[in-house]
Design a protein. Structure first.
Ligand code: PNS
Length: 159
């Protein structure tokens, strides 16, 4: 059984993330979405809110689990015996950061853990949590950029 991990801040979860989750869930037996708790990053949503939104949005995916972690990604991977870490890659803007992280993690992972990159669907290549957050906070429309469940949550919590 191949256990895969997809990590991120997911503040908020976007349709770009959803596309990667759907594809990774088809590729691997079990996919864990690991939400990072980063106390140094100013977040729109608390970890608890992000986790609640994620569970609600992914409730119909039979082989997808939701979890959170803090500290080194490699420690979380080694402790939970994941086989694969999935990352989404948009344009060249992601590449430099991602290759550095993948190569550093390769030193820290227990043997045979691979970082696998899925190229973003071009429909979503301009979407990032930061841009979605900024547009929303400045009163712009984010319909179609995040799952409807997230939109409902944002509207309910009036963030
Ligand atoms: O949503 P993001 O910001 O793209 O997620 C980045 C994330 C969480 C994958 C990355 O920041 C991370 O792995 N952080 C954990 C700390 C860590 O392991 N740092 C060393 C990376 S080589």
């Amino acid at each position: 059984m191949t256990k895969a991990l997809y990590t991120g801040s997911f503040d908020p979860l976007t349709n770009g993330h959803m596309n990667i989750i759907e594809r990774a869930a088809r590729l691997y037996d079990e996919l864990t979405v690991g939400i990072i708790e980063n106390p140094h990053k100013l977040a729109l949503f608390t970890l608890e809110e992000r986790e609640e939104m994620m569970r609600e949005t992914l409730k119909d995916f039979d082989n997808v689990k939701v979890d959170h972690f803090s500290g080194l990604l490699a420690n979380y991977v080694n402790e939970n015996k994941f086989d694969v870490v999935v990352r989404g890659l948009r344009a060249t803007m992601d590449f430099e950061y991602e290759i550095q992280m993948a190569q550093m993690n390769a030193r820290l992972f227990d043997s045979s853990v691979e970082t696998v990159f899925l190229m973003t669907d071009p429909k979503y290549s301009f979407i990032s949590s930061s841009v979605v957050k900024e547009v929303h906070q400045l009163g712009g429309c984010i319909d179609g950029l995040v799952p409807d469940s997230i939109l409902d949550y944002i509207k309910r919590s009036a963030k």
